[in-house]
Design a protein around this ligand. Structure first.
Ligand code: DGL
Length: 269
């Protein structure tokens, strides 16, 4: 058994959102190289049909595997909720992780009694979070709310200002007078609203985020399976998109916390 594995971790999302997972991962595991794919030609996935999301996800994984990655993270709640079973079935010899299990673990570990899960329409319609939470603890009260406008707002860089609480009112207004113990950010774009959400609920609701939880879970997984990079490894960060590389580069810093370096345009078809 090899004690270290310096091959990159493949991370993909429909667009910029998965960079929140990449940032959390490289913060926790600074020696890990990352190959990131954003399917910017087809973002958002959250409003697409299940068939389309599964088809796109397979193409994303094929590309990631072509980059020689040691494992693939579907850093998209929509893909994880809708397509992960299909991906695992079709790539039985590959390691493919999603973000739903991590989010579920974050809820269970927090010990809360009532949680509101927010995500894209496809994620909420799949009921994946409620099922996962109730499989672990059926006494937890779970409310699931789709917040589709938050993804385009995050992609546009509008995460503060008057429009943001107005959009929160639209989806979360009813929770304001009767707040849950925690709010689970079940979309990789939503960590950008963590501060605004905290203000919106006057700091009374604990914000849990599947991106941070995924980084923690992946770190444990790498150690358990002896495939972590050597601590002295100088990591690379390769960025690939299916459209508009310069737009991606311009917005990526907000999601990643630093400039992403060169962004290469690729074709998945
Ligand atoms: N990043 C995706 C997710 O976590 C949402 C964006 C999209 O709809 O494509 O669900």
């Amino acid at each position: 058994m090899k004690p270290f594995d310096n091959r990159p971790i493949g991370i993909f999302d429909s667009g910029l959102g998965g960079l929140t997972v990449a940032a959390a991962l490289q913060h926790k595991l600074p020696g890990e190289a990352v190959a990131y794919l954003g399917d910017t030609a087809r973002v958002p996935y959250g409003d697409k049909s299940v068939d389309a999301i599964i088809r796109f996800a397979h193409q994303d994984v094929e590309f990631m595997l072509s980059r020689g990655v040691k494992l693939v993270i579907a850093a998209c709640n929509t893909v994880s909720a809708v397509a992960l079973d299909s991906l695992k079935r079709d790539y039985p010899d590959r390691i493919i992780l999603g973000v739903i299990d991590s989010g579920v673990r974050a809820v269970i570990d927090s010990g809360v009694e009532r949680v509101a899960v927010i995500g894209t329409r496809a994620t909420i319609n799949s009921d994946a979070y409620r099922r996962g939470i109730h499989a672990a603890d059926c006494s937890i009260r779970v409310e699931s709310i789709a917040c589709p406008l938050l993804v385009p707002l995050a992609e546009e860089g509008v995460t503060s200002g008057a429009i943001v609480p107005a959009v929160f009112d639209l989806y979360l207004g009813r929770l304001r007078n009767d707040p849950p113990d925690a709010l689970l950010l079940g979309c990789t774009h939503y960590p950008l609203f963590a501060e605004a959400l905290n203000d919106y609920f006057d700091g009374k609701v604990r914000i849990l985020d599947s991106a941070t939880a995924c980084a923690k879970y992946t770190a444990e997984f790498l150690c358990e399976h002896h495939i972590a990079a050597h601590p002295g490894n100088t990591p690379s960060f390769g960025c690939f998109v299916t459209d508009m590389p310069s737009e991606f580069h311009r917005h990526a810093t907000r999601f990643l916390g630093r400039a992403p370096g060169r962004v290469e345009r690729i074709n998945l078809a």
